[in-house]
Design a binder for this molecule. Sequence first.
Ligand code: FAD
Length: 462
Amino acid sequence: MADFDVIIIGGGPGGYVCAIRAAQLGLKVACVEGRGTLGGTCLNVGCIPSKALLNATHQLHEVHENFEKMGLMGANPTVDWAKMLAYKDDVIAGNTKGIEFLFKKNKVTWLKGWATIPAAGQVKVGDDVHNAKNIVIATGSEPSSLPGVTVDEKVIVTSTGALALPKVPKSMVVIGAGVIGLEMGSVYARLGAQVTVVEYLDAITPGMDAEVAKAFQKILAKQGMKFVLGAAVQGAELTEAGAKVSYKLRKDDSAHEIGADVVLVATGRKPYVTGLGLEALGVEMLPRGQIKTDDHFATSVKGLYAIGDAIVGPMLAHKAEDEGMAMAEILAGKHGHVNYGVIPGVVYTTPEVASVGATEEQLKEQGRAYKVGKFSFMGNARAKAVFQADGFVKLIADKETDRILGCHIIGPAAGDLIHEVCVAMEFGASAQDLALTCHAHPTYSEAVREAALACGDGAIHA
Ligand code: FAD
């Protein structure tokens, strides 16, 4: 008899959510996690610590930029970096312990250690081999490397090193203008570092609606971040003063160098499946390193499944969580499902940037007729009151049917505002459905409604 109905390898948002839901559905569940704490990349070295530092430095920015304007005078807070890091570590600990509590509450067994899969239906942790009816791989991802760049996690760092630098650098080069690079760059820019972002493409945040990306870059530049776009990094090396990055501008092939105290390599992440023994098992992989799965997360080996960052799709905690829940339901004989058309993406800078569904560029490529309703936060009283009127909501709907196809927001609380559009999209709502829904005043969400009104007869406060 199997020891467990399911053993999940990896205690990140994909794995722990799958474990909890599977246990709630009556299965006997174990979750293997090799890191000392649960929560995976997200809680330990990803979403949560980065948001703690973004919060602390946002408050600092508010003090310097806006307090006097509101008549709040006096003491100028200085940064105690060690204390700020301790705050971040407390936030991590609170959250990872929370998952431990949830495991106990739901009777999920935490097998501590690194797992291998010696044969189908078996998971080895340390010297112990456990039998399982099903195995779910949720081992996540790790930072991608860049040719010519050797990371030492002290001076040339990945996001993991950037979350625990020994001191605040005076200057930082961020290689890669994706979400992680811009969030961490923003943290250090607010702490006073001169931050230069070097990006291969000609725009920041690849894949984001181009109009939003352009506005975003402008706002970040206004906050003091510098951008070198269309630049192919050739390498980075340590110097006496820190490190230097060499790059070639793609437009004319000219060679350049830029020095900084710290270089953050933020060029993306790749699936982490090292040491599981997948090759020996004959698990089919995709060319970019992900485990190949079907629509029900099944790999090419019977009884072996995979979810989260280790498979295709956006590398996001909530995508992993949704897959974790759907996976558990499938294993319990139910109909687990993830709607990949409605997965929001958020950048937690100030202002926040959020999007869901199609961009204008994608719809143009598909040749689909659409209309755009746009509303600036300049017309939103609440945003103006808190000095966050930079930005806009852009709602995209089908030209004929008015069905909402996508939404892109740059502005205050964009990461929360996006969810009313997500719900609307889940229900196949039209822009008019949103426009006819009463929104409380004064809230930022009125801007979403105004964008929906702009898809029809026009916004009121534009
Ligand atoms: P992971 O969270 O990576 O968890 C996998 C776990 O498996 C790890 O704990 C690992 O130790 C364990 N493991 C691996 N191999 C084994 C083994 N053989 N045996 C035992 N255990 C093993 N996403 C968002 O949605 N929002 C954000 O704001 C956000 N911010 C981010 C900021 C940063 C700096 C980074 C790096 C990432 C961020 N992400 C964010 C991405 C998010 O963290 C990942 O998408 C998410 O953690 C993926 O979940 P997962 O469960 O697939 O894998």
